[in-house]
Structure formats: C-alpha cells, structure tokens
Design a protein around this ligand. Structure first.
Ligand code: UDP
Length: 311
C-alpha cells in the first residue's frame, strides 16, 4: 500500500486530496497546523488508512516509516489570509517547502508542489502557458504569496536537479467547491453566502476582471494524473472557461434564486485583470480536461454552503 503525506491536509484542497488518495487505496497522513485548515474537513475520513498530525511544516518534519508520495499543499491561499499572515505565508512557501523536500529526499518519496497561477502575477500574456515567466510585483501585497510560490518552484527544481528527488509542480488556477471557508475572502465563498442571505454582492472594482473557475473534483483528478506521470516541468491545472466577476455574481444569484444586488467596492492592489489557463500541456501529457461546467459545480457548492450555514 502506497503511503502518502499531504501537507495542508485539513484545508480545502488538502481534504479533497486526502479523500481522493484514500479512494485510490493509499494510506494517507494529513499534516496541518490548522492556521486556515480545520479538522472538520477531515473528520469523516477517520479510519485505519488515515491519520492526522498537527504540525507546522516550517519546523523539522519527522515521519516514522516509509513515505512514497508527498503532496505539499500547506499555505494560506486566499488574499485575505495571506494579507493577515504575510510572514507565515512566506515561511511556509520557503522554509516549509525546504522541510518537505528534505523529507522526500530522506524517504526517497516522489514530491508534488502545489504552485499557483499567481506565479504569472498580473499577466501580460493571455491565456497563460507554462512557458510564461509572469509579471509579479515582489513588494506588493500579493508578493508574499506569489514570491513564496515562485521560490518554492525554484527550490523544488533544485532538489530534482541536485539531489535527484522525483518532483512534480502543479500550477493551480482558481478552484472552488464544498469545504471552502465561508468568507475566506475569495469571490465564490463571499458571493454564495451573500446571495443566500439576500445581502449585497460585493464586487471589487468594475467586475470586468476575469477568472476561470475549476471545480475541485476535476482539480484533484488532474493532480493525481500529474503525480503519476513522469514530467518534472510545471503543469497548469484549471478550467479555461473564463468569466468576468460580474458574470460570476450573476450566475450565483440566479442559481440561489436571490434578490441580492451587486455593489461595487474598491479593487485590491495588484488584482490581476485577466486569468485563464492554457491547458494544452495537461491535455497532451495527462489526457486530462475539466468535466464539470461552472453552473453544475456552483449548484453542488451552493447546496453545501446552505447546509454549512444552516439556510
Ligand atoms: N472579488 C470580488 N469580491 C469579493 C471577493 C473577490 O469582486 O468579495 C474579486 C477579486 O477582486 C478578484 C476576483 O474576484 O478580481 C477573484 O478573487 P479571488 O480572491 O477569489 O481570487 P484571486 O484574486 O486570487 O484570483
């Protein structure tokens, strides 16, 4: 039985990965310091093949016995979280990645880094292929996340080149689904509770900025395929269905059958104007494509939020 460590395992993506890898027959160890994750996300996974370790991966990581795969997902990931925890965000992307790679080297494990479309910053090339080097402001408010992830990619590649560690890098574009923290500051977990409660929908700026939203089940399937393939170069995983934030707000109010109105608030500094993954590499290399359209994924997500909020 393969033994897999998932850092950030109690977070939104981490908990879905734990579930997926358990279904694939792995023994899964989730590690999290619970700064943004919650054991509520993994409570249903209790069982012989699953364990949880509360630990901050910026400190030395000790795991007894063999480890075959390490998925490094620990990090604050929403703009509000990394603005509140800028130093921790930099530390987990740098020191945490170093510790997790050190463990991979020690155990002979294959390592997968959760990177991000934020490495492209406010992109000047659209859609974004993996060959694009990005347009990041290192000293802007998002720099703590973007640069930590860029450093993490460099560190991962260096461990591959100089220590021969088997590594994979996934660049994750906007992803949504059940278990996002309500009000974590991101657009979907902000808009859905607002629409369900009949409150104003807070669109930042004119709402004409675009994002491309991927349902979490599609994402974890792509990540599994990437881990099992043999390519060390970064791969974008995301859904290329690009929408403006106003269109997203409309889609959510429609599904919620809500009378909420859009109000405009100021646009955060360095908010990317456009974002859409070029997924040709994922299609060719992994035979992967997203299968869940935005409206269907939103239905599932909204049903979960209703339960979570008791609406
Ligand atoms: N956004 C918004 N209202 C909100 C939260 C976010 O209009 O309450 C906007 C945000 O400015 C950005 C887009 O929605 O342009 C996506 O934001 P999110 O935080 O979800 O992801 P990211 O900016 O990291 O792609």
């Amino acid at each position: 039985m393969a033994r897999t460590l998932i850092t950030g395992g109690a977070g939104f993506l981490g908990s879905h990965l734990c579930e997926y890898f358990l279904k694939k027959g792995h023994e899964v160890i989730a590690m999290d310091n619970l700064s943004t994750g919650s054991t509520d996300n993994i409570a249903h996974l209790r069982g012989e093949s699953f364990s949880f370790i509360k630990h901050d991966v910026t400190d030395y990581i000790y795991i007894d016995g063999p480890v075959d795969y390490i998925l490094h997902f620990a990090s604050p990931a929403s703009p509000i979280d990394y603005l509140e925890m800028p130093i921790q965000t930099l530390k987990v992307g740098s020191l945490g990645t170093h510790k997790a790679l050190g463990l991979a080297k020690e155990k002979g494990a294959r390592f997968l880094l959760a990177s991000t479309s934020e490495v492209y910053g406010d992109p000047q090339i659209h859609p974004q292929p993996e060959s694009y080097w990005g347009n990041v402001n290192p000293v802007g408010p998002r720099g703590v996340y973007d640069e930590a992830k860029r450093f993490a990619e460099a560190m991962t590649m260096a461990y591959h080149e100089y220590h021969g560690v088997e590594t994979r890098i996934v660049r994750i574009f906007n992803t949504y689904g059940p278990r996002m923290r309500p009000n974590d500051g991101r657009a979907i977990p902000a808009f859905v509770p607002q629409a369900l409660k009949g409150e104003n929908i807070t669109v930042f700026g004119d709402g004409l900025q675009t994002r491309s939203f991927c349902f979490v089940n599609d994402l974890v399937d792509g990540i599994y395929r990437l881990l099992m393939c043999d390519d060390v170069n970064p791969v974008n995983i995301g859904n290329p269905d690009e929408r403006t934030i106003l269109q997203l707000a409309e889609a959510i109010t429609k599904i919620c059958d809500s009378g909420s109105r859009v109000v405009h608030e100021s646009l955060p500094v360095n908010d990317p104007k456009v974002r859409q993954p070029d997924i040709r590499r994922a299609i060719e290399l992994l035979d992967w494509k997203p299968t869940v359209n935005l409206e269907d994924g939103l239905e599932t997500t909204i049903t979960w939020f209703k339960q979570r909020l008791g609406i």
